[in-house]
Design a protein around this ligand. Sequence first.
Ligand code: ZN
Ligand code: ZN
Length: 151
Amino acid sequence: MVRGHSVDITGLLSGSHQVMQVEDEVPIDSFDGIVFGRPARVRLRLRPADGDLEVQGSVDAHAAGVCDACLAPIEFDVQGNVDERLDLSPGGSADPFGDSNVLVGDRLDVADLAQQVVLSALPMGVRCSTECKGLCPACGADLNAGACSHT
Ligand SMILES: [Zn+2]
Ligand SMILES: [Zn+2]
């Protein structure tokens, strides 16, 4: 997939900029049945710190999926906070062959970072409401709509 959402951090690395603000809206790939119908809003502050790149900010996404208990369609907001230090030294996290590839050369891949942040912030087993009764394990009836013969 071609992603155009990356920022050039050459100015930060050369020391001509002290801090860099990034605001972008990036599409998030669907994951495990959860779909992100509109782009996530990304706000980042980049700052060089002792040979690392400090990345702080937030990613706000809007997700659509199904209730873990009754399978009703639901939509919910996902907010992830970013507070990372990317090691710029060879073999560090900025290494394109390392575990994290959000930094490629002198560009920060905002879309890839946002994707990782949103997925790690996704709650497991989201329900349509805390009172959701789920489905009957015997017949699959939606118990929110009323009791079945098994209850
Ligand atoms: Zn439910
Ligand atoms: Zn039943």
